[in-house]
Design a protein around this ligand. Structure first.
Ligand SMILES: *[C@@H]1O[C@H](CO)[C@@H](O)[C@H](O)[C@H]1NC(C)=O
Ligand SMILES: *[C@@H]1O[C@H](CO)[C@@H](O)[C@H](O)[C@H]1NC(C)=O
Length: 404
């Protein structure tokens, strides 16, 4: 129910894109994105996010794709940001999870692929094991419409089988292209949508900027993706860039170095991790989470798996500071809690206060010690810059919002 309302809004906005003037630094393409919750049951948000973290980390351990399958979902399809993407001519619109942690773009999990005159089979089969989520099918090239722009011959997967993606149509993969290795039978790698936007001359820098916003509603179009540059109406101050980390496995994704303090207490000393649109919570290594729990006095809530604080503990929460490239990004006390109006959507009690910083599921020192997920990105604008191998962050009008 929520989803269909958000679909309508999303499609309407997508159509309005070219007519909407926006302040932009360079010619860019802007796509609205909608937050989607699937609240049909008790969400085990933390378990899904931890499973994703484990899957992401497994790239470093030399496990084969088959070994990595297990029961690990790559994407938290239960709480995700969706973009309306057109495929074919005339285009069919698919609602795809915006994922910086994977790089295949594919459709067909929900709405079936409609073959048109622009559809071409590549002769390859495609299979991506995301663990409990997976899809397999046929690789095509087809016309892909992002807002007002039409990419020709984009490589896309068309699922004949998929699981773990109920309620969405597939993924818009905007991670590094190397993540497509070994996914398509007759190709070494397949170009991502941003690779093609660059090679087809639509953008001059391979950059995707992501704007998320905190929300107290279950489904709302409150995000924006900008290809080729940034949208200065979505951030405040300037964007600070850091080089991507060379520590593996964080380096396989949008990986950076950071350290974390709570007030003046060190929680995590400088280490590598990732910024990820496909993870909902902000996850930190288990030993770091223990320090955070101790410093906040929080209790581990067995129903949600999240840390829970009392009202008085909430009132005395201090800032959680992320030092990235010498710049401090602060999650205020309000930014450290799950939106209270959405407690029941994660199986929590309406009167309780849950923290959005969760357990990564392993100790630090493994090359991917944190994931700054949606709950972090709802407070900071992020710029994923492939051309310059860097990640940018900026404050927004929501950085210190008290909506949660
Ligand atoms: C929610 O998830 C369930 C199962 O996981 C699925 O059957 C259902 O279609 C989904 N609903 C929406 C609105 O996404
Ligand atoms: C990240 O940290 C590692 C380990 O300390 C260091 O070797 C590397 O130079 C750092 N990378 C960047 C880009 O700061």
């Amino acid at each position: 129910m929520f989803l269909s309302q958000s679909f309508v809004a999303l499609v309407a906005l997508a159509l309005a894109v070219s007519a909407t003037p926006a302040v932009r630094d360079t010619p860019t393409i802007t796509l609205p994105i909608a937050k989607h919750f699937n609240t049909t049951g008790t969400l085990n948000l933390l378990a899904r996010d931890q499973a994703r973290a484990k899957w992401l980390k497994s790239r470093a351990s030399g496990e084969s794709l088959a070994e990595r399958a297990g029961s690990l979902p790559v994407t938290n399809a239960e709480v995700s940001y969706l973009a309306a993407v057109g495929v074919g001519s005339p285009a069919t619109t698919y609602n795809l999870i915006v994922d910086t942690g994977s790089s295949n773009t594919w459709v067909g999990a929900g709405t079936e692929y409609v073959s048109t005159s622009t559809s071409k089979k590549t002769g390859g089969s495609v299979s991506v094991s995301y663990g409990s989520g997976s899809f397999s099918g046929t690789e095509f090239t087809d016309q892909v419409t992002l807002g007002s722009l039409v990419i020709k011959s984009q490589s896309i997967g068309v699922a004949s089988k998929s699981s773990g993606f109920e309620g969405v149509d597939g993924i818009l993969g905007i991670g590094p292209v190397d993540l497509t290795e070994q996914t398509v039978s007759n190709a070494n790698t397949v170009p991502t949508v941003t690779d093609n936007l660059l090679s087809q001359g639509f953008i001059s820098t391979e950059v995707v900027a992501v704007s998320f916003e905190p929300t107290t509603q279950e489904s709302v179009t409150n995000g924006e993706l900008t290809f080729g540059g940034t949208d200065s109406s979505k951030f405040t101050g300037s964007i600070n860039y850091v080089s991507l980390t060379n520590t593996s496995p964080a380096s396989e994704y949008w990986g950076i170095n950071e350290s974390i303090t709570y007030g003046s207490t060190s929680i995590l000393s400088s280490t590598a991790g990732i910024v990820d649109t496909g993870t909902t919570l902000t996850l930190i290594a288990s030993n770091a989470l223990q320090k955070y729990q101790k410093a906040t006095g929080a209790t581990l809530d067995s129903t949600t798996g999240l840390l829970r604080v009392s009202s008085s503990q909430f009132n005395s929460l201090q800032n959680l500071n992320f030092d990235i490239g010498g710049v401090t990004y602060t999650l205020t006390p309000n930014a450290q809690i799950w939106p209270r109006s959405l407690n029941s959507a994660i199986g929590g009690s309406s009167g309780d206060i849950y923290l959005i910083v969760g357990d990564l599921g392993s100790d630090s020192g493994e090359g991917l010690d944190f994931i700054n997920g949606q709950t972090f990105l709802e407070r900071f604008y992020a710029v994923f810059d492939t051309t310059n191998k860097r990640l940018g962050l900026a404050t927004t009008q929501f950085t210190t919002a008290t909506t949660n």
